[in-house]
Design a protein around this ligand. Structure first.
Ligand SMILES: [Zn+2]
Length: 77
């Protein structure tokens, strides 16, 4: 297993549990960001993973952007 693949699967630091673990809570993380909560404090593991994994960072940032566009912050429910 090369280092690149290992990092992607297992993560790079003590908080980073890898892509699979990050994606398991990504919807909660995105919801927190959209609510304006301190998502970095609530989900340190996913932030740590995004630091080390450009693919996930792009996915998650893209998801946040997409949701912002369909659900603006001043949306009245
Ligand atoms: Zn990843």
């Amino acid at each position: 297993m090369n280092d690149n693949l290992k990092n992607r699967l297992l993560g790079r630091g003590p908080l980073d549990r890898g892509c699979e673990a990050g994606m398991a809570v990504v919807d909660q993380y995105v919801e927190a960001v959209l609510r304006g909560d301190d998502a970095a404090r609530l989900f340190p593991a996913i932030v740590a993973h995004m630091d080390g994994c450009a693919a996930c960072r792009e996915d998650i940032e893209g998801l946040i952007e997409a949701l912002r566009n369909i659900r603006p912050p001043d949306d009245r429910v």
